[in-house]
Ligand binder design. Structure first.
Ligand code: ATP
Ligand code: MG
Length: 443
């Protein structure tokens, strides 16, 4: 492959797509703010050991998808194994343990976003560098918190216009006691069907039997069809926790389906596991996934602290938004400055800065003859052209041309910012149906 291609599984986010990408992040940030979440970020690489322990040695992510490397360093002891983060949860829990001040403000409600790295087979909706929005709440063991984080996700999808095209799948993995009991029942069941299991599932039988439940292998699926269900092995405490989560979702008007096969990758999930899945993105249909991980912070060496969170794939969300979009978002229209001659071009530079300082987007047309420059203004979809030639310079004015109406007027240099500002205000007022003259009566 040519060295001028991006590395396999990575991609450029070009200007065409970028506004949608930013829109997903901005929408998530806005909704998170409404729920009182604070934004933060953690390093893109951490010690490998953090992810190995924080995600679990038996998971796909740790056993085969991590980008790990030895750090540079003259001293042997500096050359530790580092890993590009494959997800946010472990890093945020590490930050919680490293930064004592974070522990003074429980529950800690956090929003983050950024690139993640996993060595996966690239395909539509699956990259080696991808991007996530992420929500975590630390120090809130109540089922109300599960309802809240799911509600944040639903509201983000709603604002993006894609909630009606997603199904919320929900399951409970119980507390550690239920989980251990169920695990034993499950291993017993699979032992009785060993000859029908795939090689991968046989490998998982001892290490991580729950993961067999979401196997895509046809033979495994047939065995799974009659597997004992987790729901029947939840103890009293776990069952009432799950009931409370469901009641909260019902009361919030958030629809869901209980899916007993939803186990998700992490080893340390407890109680609630959930995913928002769409049928519009083929095999890569999960746009948001998360769950509760009450034992994780303690396992990493911190004080026992409940945790719950989710991560959403921005790349998949963007594709889904784009798929459902009727028209691409309109770009803001600039004003084009069309100077003719060296002196006018110099004058135009200062005017352009003044306008941009007043928040007016400006393009300078400085190539070719007058006709070419005006054509350029039209091509940029400019609302106005500010034409400056020798005669305008001599009079201290610009010719302000309304490119939609085709009208033109002379405006003194020092009134241009006001004129364009006023024009923008007029347009805004006519949009909201107000009469801006009324402003003069108010004091
Ligand atoms: P999948 O089952 O699709 O592999 P996952 O369970 O590995 O997902 P999580 O670790 O829960 O994914 O990450 C949360 C979200 O991040 C996913 O629901 C998905 O939208 C997105 N995501 C995960 N891996 C990738 C990837 N390689 N490329 C693009 N998006 C991804
Ligand atoms: Mg995966």
């Amino acid at each position: 492959m040519s060295r001028l291609q991006p590395a396999r599984g990575t991609r450029d986010i070009l200007p065409d797509e970028f506004p949608r990408f930013a829109h997903v992040v901005d929408t998530a940030r806005d909704v998170a703010r409404l729920y009182g979440y604070q934004e933060m970020s953690t390093p893109i690489f951490e010690f490998t050991d953090l992810f190995a322990r924080g995600i679990g040695e038996t998971t796909d992510v740790v056993s085969k998808e991590m980008y790990s490397f030895l750090s540079r360093g003259d001293e042997e002891e500096d050359r530790q194994s580092l890993t590009l983060r494959p997800e946010y949860t472990a890093g945020i829990c590490r930050a919680f343990i490293s930064n004592g001040e974070l522990r003074q403000q429980l529950p800690l409600k956090l929003f983050a976003h950024g690139p993640m790295f996993r060595y996966e087979r690239p395909q539509a909706g699956r990259y080696r560098q991808f991007h996530q929005i992420d929500i975590e709440v630390l120090g809130a063991p109540e089922p109300e918190c599960d309802v809240e984080v799911i509600s944040v996700a639903a509201d983000i999808l709603d604002r993006l216009g894609i909630l009606p095209h997603c199904v919320l799948k929900l399951n409970s993995l119980g507390d550690p006691a239920s989980r251990a009991a169920y695990r034993e029942v499950l291993v017993g069941y699979y032992r009785g069907h060993q000859s029908k299991l795939s090689k991968e599932s046989l490998d998982r039988l001892e290490r991580n039997p729950l993961r067999i439940l979401d196997s895509k292998d046809e033979g495994d699926k047939a065995v799974n069809a009659n597997a004992p269900s987790f729901a029947e092995h939840l103890n009293e405490a776990s069952r009432s926790f799950f009931d409370a989560v469901r009641a909260g979702l019902d009361a919030s008007g958030i629809a869901y389906e209980v899916d007993p096969a939803l186990v998700r990758g992490l080893d340390y999930y407890t109680h609630t596991a959930f995913e928002f899945v769409t049928s519009l993105l083929g095999a890569q249909g999960t746009v948001i996934g998360g769950g509760r991980y009450d034992g994780l912070i303690e396992l990493l060496g911190g004080p026992p602290t409940a945790g719950i969170g989710w991560a959403g794939g921005i790349d998949r969300l963007v594709t889904l938004v784009q798929k459902l979009e009727k028209e691409p978002p309109a770009l803001e229209r600039p004003v084009a400055i069309v100077p003719m001659g060296t002196a006018a071009e110099q004058r135009a530079l200062a005017l352009a800065r003044d306008l941009r300082r007043a928040d007016v987007p400006v393009e300078l047309a400085y190539r070719g003859n007058m006709k070419r420059r005006l054509q350029r203004a039209n091509k940029l979809n400019a609302s106005h052209a500010l034409i400056i030639g020798d005669s305008e310079l001599a009079k201290g004015v610009v010719a302000l041309k309304d490119l939609d109406a085709g009208t033109q007027e002379e405006v003194p240099f020092d009134e241009v910012v006001d004129a364009l500002g006023d024009h923008a205000l007029d347009e805004l007022m006519s949009l909201v149906g107000a009469d801006d003259d009324e402003d003069d009566d108010t004091r």
